[in-house]
Design a protein around this ligand. Structure first.
Ligand SMILES: NC(=O)c1ccc[n+]([C@@H]2O[C@H](COP(=O)([O-])OP(=O)(O)OC[C@H]3O[C@@H](n4cnc5c(N)ncnc54)[C@H](O)[C@@H]3O)[C@@H](O)[C@H]2O)c1
Length: 312
């Protein structure tokens, strides 16, 4: 399979890990890094001395075939728009844009293009979701889901609220695991550390009788990333931080504990991206998935602002 000439856009916290994966995979060559900050450029140069480092995507060399966009979310739209115009395949970190109308614009710009556009909803990479037989009794029609994602305040991603920063992971997981979109949402929250929503609780209902509550916070006293599903069969909990499944089946005398393998999500996502380019196949997370997740963000934010139930 052909190695794809790839540019890394944004050499910050996550960008440096993405750069390592581009180098590690046989399916990709790291040909350029775009980073506007002088400090970021120096760190990039130290780690990748033989790679071209430029200030802006306008300076990308003509041999670039694909780009990984890892800038703050508020820059994603302008960068992706330019990359589409340059006919460059895109892997954009989540969320694809911070405004619904911008993600819809990207979708229309992509319409007649033969380009791969993958979105970085990395939580889909947990091995746990492949154990469908284990999961389905607790996540099927009528189930109650509870997703919690708390982080200590790190001062990162403050260009967006906690819904765009953290809840986006759970919104995509809900769609992915239930195979459908919710019909309405009501949300409430607080602005604590920034002038944007920092702690949010959102309640969703689905046509198949499922209900889901997502709580996210970015100024917490402890770190939690988990999903629980309750049904007439019992309760299942997936600890996404520690790669562990716990099941309290209604007929079992003990809680069943299953540890699953922690995988390299960025490597898996990038590998899938380059394969999709080479094979012309659909990527693991499409732009359409990314847009639908942004649509859910938009609904949660409207509910927060209006204090009303928002129908989808
Ligand atoms: N999938 C995940 O689990 C996950 C985890 C963390 C972050 N993210 C996403 O990754 C993105 C980046 O997050 P981060 O924490 O690395 O941010 P960061 O602020 O640490 O890094 C962003 C980098 O982009 C650079 N930059 C800004 N504007 C640019 C431009 N126009 N062109 C090129 N570079 C530019 C900045 O100088 C900075 O070095 C965000 O969208 C975030 O939501 C995803």
């Amino acid at each position: 399979m052909k190695a794809i000439n790839t540019a890394l856009i944004g050499y910050g916290h996550l960008g440096r890990f993405h750069a390592q994966k581009i180098v590690a995979l046989d399916l990709s060559n790291l040909v350029a890094i775009v980073e506007p900050s002088k400090a970021g450029q120096q760190t990039a140069k130290d780690a990748h001395p033989n790679v071209l480092i430029v200030n802006s995507i306008d300076e990308l060399p003509a041999n670039v075939e694909a780009a990984i966009v890892v800038t703050p979310t508020s820059f994603h739209f302008d960068l992706c728009k330019k990359l589409i115009e340059k006919n460059i395949h895109i892997f954009c970190e989540k969320p694809v844009t911070d405004k619904l109308e911008d993600s819809l614009t990207l979708q229309s710009l992509m319409k007649d293009k033969k380009l791969v556009f993958q979105v970085g909803h990395s939580e889909r990479c947990h091995e746990a979701w492949e154990q469908k037989g284990l999961m389905s009794p607790y996540l099927g029609a009528g189930a109650h889901l509870r997703l919690d994602r708390y982080a200590a305040f790190k001062g990162r991603a403050t260009d967006v609220d906690v819904v765009n920063d953290l809840m986006i992971h759970d919104l995509d997981l809900l769609r992915y695991l239930l195979g459908q979109d919710p019909v309405n949402v009501s949300a409430t929250g607080f602005k604590q550390r920034t002038n944007k929503w920092d702690h949010v609780v959102a309640h969703f209902t689905f046509t198949n009788g499922c209900v889901a509550d997502i709580t996210v916070g970015r100024g917490h006293v402890h770190e939690v990333r988990s999903l629980e599903g309750s049904s007439e069969h019992g309760v299942l909990r997936v600890d996404l931080m520690n790669s562990q499944i716990q099941i309290a089946h209604k007929e079992a005398s003990e809680i069943k504990v299953i540890n699953y393998t922690k995988r390299d999500h960025l490597l898996m996502e990038q590998e899938n991206f380059y394969r999709s380019i080479n094979e012309g196949s659909t990527p693991m997370v499409t732009l359409e998935d990314g847009v639908k997740a942004v649509k859910l963000i938009d609904a949660v934010l409207r509910s927060l602002e209006t204090k009303n139930v928002v129908n989808l």
